[in-house]
Each structure stands twice: as C-alpha cells, then as structure tokens.
Design a protein around this ligand. Structure first.
Ligand code: A2P
Length: 295
C-alpha cells in the first residue's frame, strides 16, 4: 500500500516520487518507465534538468493513463516574470507532451529581485485559476521567503521542496510549512547531495551513517529505505533520484515496515544544521546564464 498526501487545495499527491535531477536525458525515459512499472505514480522534474522531454516519453511508454501519473516540474529563474512564467508553462507542457501539470513550482527564490519571484508566482496563480495546473508551489524557500511571498500573493503554496535528509532536516522550514498548511517535500531525501561525486570531497555521506545502518539491520532494510520511511512517517513527500533499476525498485519498497517513535527520534537527532547544497539566500550569477530552450 502506498501513501498519499492531500494538498491544501484537496488535490491528492503520492508522497513518494521519482526524482530525475542529474539523470542524463538518455537514461531518463528508461528510469521513468521502470519506476512506473514498479508502482511509482509521481515524477518530479524541472525545466533546468533539461530532461522534461524524456520524462514525457517514459510516461507515454509506460502505457498508463495520463491521469494516473502525478507530474511535477519547476520553472527556472530565467523564466521568472508574469509573461515569461506563463510561457515557461507552455515550454514545459510542450516538452512533456501533456496539456496540464499536476504541480508546478518555482525552482528557487531570487532574493535580490524578489519582485520577479512574486510576478512568477502570480503567473502560477493564473495557471491554477485557469485549470492548467492542479496545484502550485515553491522550492528552496526559507520561512522568511515564505513570509514575503504570502504577504504579496493570494494562494498559499501547496508544496515547498527543500534539501532535507537526516544530516540537514530543516526543523525551522518544516515548522513554517506546517503553520501555513504547506507540504514539505524533500529533495536529496536519501542525502545524495552529501555524496554526489565531484560535489566536495570532504563531505560525510549520510548513506554511511552507522545509526541508519543499525536501524536498517533491525528491519532488514537499507539506509536509503530507512530514510525514505522516516520522511513518509513524518508526513513529508520525498523524491529519491535513481537511474538504476534495482535502486529504483528498492526505494519504492518502503511500505511494508514501520519505524518506532524512538527510531524516528534517533534519525531526527542526526541533524547537523548544515546544508550540503546551495544556500537559497545567496544568488549565484551563473544561475542566470542557464536559458531554458523552447519546446
Ligand atoms: P543512482 O542513480 O546510480 O542510483 P538523492 O535523491 O538523495 O539526491 O540521491 C540520489 C543519489 O543516490 C544518486 O547518486 C543515486 O545514484 C543514489 N541512490 C539512489 N538510490 C539509492 C539506494 N537505494 N542506495 C544507494 N544509493 C542510491
């Protein structure tokens, strides 16, 4: 049995989805097809991953009805602005080969030009009102970014997708999301950001954590499965990335065991308070060099 989350507008989202960040385009369709065959019904992509076309192809190859798959994608910062973001929707749906998205979110705030973030979000509100998207949200928003957004817009985001794994479990963001009725969605939910090759050699991989190994051994599950179960039991959505068929299947095999309150607390206690990914308050100019191609 899988787990669904009901978003703040009543839309139902499968809590566990396949992530495709850094999935090479040539491997993405196969990964999506494998995931849908083993039971996933939620795929998370982004314009900036440059693999939306292959995600659409994988979904079509699965033979499932469009309405059986929850498709989430993100608008990149170079497409922020009212008209730009409306056009970004056309680019995304054109590449995915669908008319409607289940969830469209802003990839990250642009703190130094927040008015463009607001304009982009207002375009999402228009798309929602017009029935082009079923839910809208944000990503990499801190509680302060959320406050700024909520002060200037009408619709409370359904989802806030942030870096979240046992070494950086974001209690402040989770609390703010909960207060506003926003579902927290974990990116790098099994801590890939702590061990991606080439992302800083001194990182400590959460995958090697002895506490997670010990908890996993007690349930005959891997550290990745323990982490995913932890997200699900704490009410979050999680979108683990894999292009490997066995690991795609392993990451979905998390509905037949239960962590105790004590085990959840032991995992919560692993938080270091230090992120591995980029600080959403620091705007890196190179992010504005990335232009999203037309469909
Ligand atoms: P691969 O695609 O070769 O499976 P995250 O989503 O937390 O960022 O993690 C993604 C990283 O974790 C990728 O490097 C992925 O590699 C790897 N990965 C995915 N699933 C597992 C698993 N069950 N066990 C170990 N590594 C995994």
């Amino acid at each position: 049995m899988t787990i669904d989350l009901t978003l703040n507008n009543g839309v139902v989202m499968p809590a566990l989805g396949l992530g495709v960040f850094q999935s090479p385009p040539e491997e993405t369709s196969a990964a999506v097809e494998t995931a849908l065959a083993v039971g996933y019904r939620h795929i998370d992509t982004a314009a900036a991953y440059l693999n939306e076309r292959e995600v659409g192809e994988g979904i079509r190859r699965s033979g499932l009805d469009r309405s059986d798959v929850f498709i989430e994608t993100k608008v990149w910062v170079t497409d922020y602005g009212r008209d730009e973001t409306l056009h970004a929707f056309e680019k995304a749906t054109g590449k995915l080969g669908v008319d409607r998205l289940d969830l469209l979110i802003l990839h990250q705030p642009v703190p130094s030009r927040f008015e463009t973030t607001i304009a982009a979000y207002q375009a999402l509100e228009t798309l929602l009102a017009d029935g082009r998207v079923r839910a809208i949200g944000v990503s990499n928003f801190t509680p302060a970014h959320l406050d700024r957004l909520l002060a200037e817009t009408e619709i409370v985001p359904a989802v806030n997708q942030v870096e979240l794994h046992p070494y950086f479990s974001q209690p402040d963001v989770r609390r703010a999301d909960e207060q506003h009725g926003i579902v927290t969605q974990a990116w790098s939910p099994i801590g890939g950001i702590t061990f991606y090759p080439g992302w800083g050699e001194k990182r400590r991989s959460v995958m090697d954590d002895p506490e997670l190994a010990a908890i996993g051994a007690d349930h005959d599950k891997s550290p990745a499965q323990v982490m995913l179960r932890w997200h699900l039991q704490e009410g979050r959505s999680a979108i683990p990335k894999s292009t490997n068929p066995e690991r795609i299947a392993q990451n979905f095999d998390v509905f037949d065991f239960e962590l105790s309150d004590d085990e959840l607390a032991r995992i919560d206690a692993l938080d270091t308070g230090e992120r591995s990914g980029p600080d959403p308050d620091v705007l890196r100019e190179e992010l504005f060099q990335r232009v999203i191609p037309e469909a």
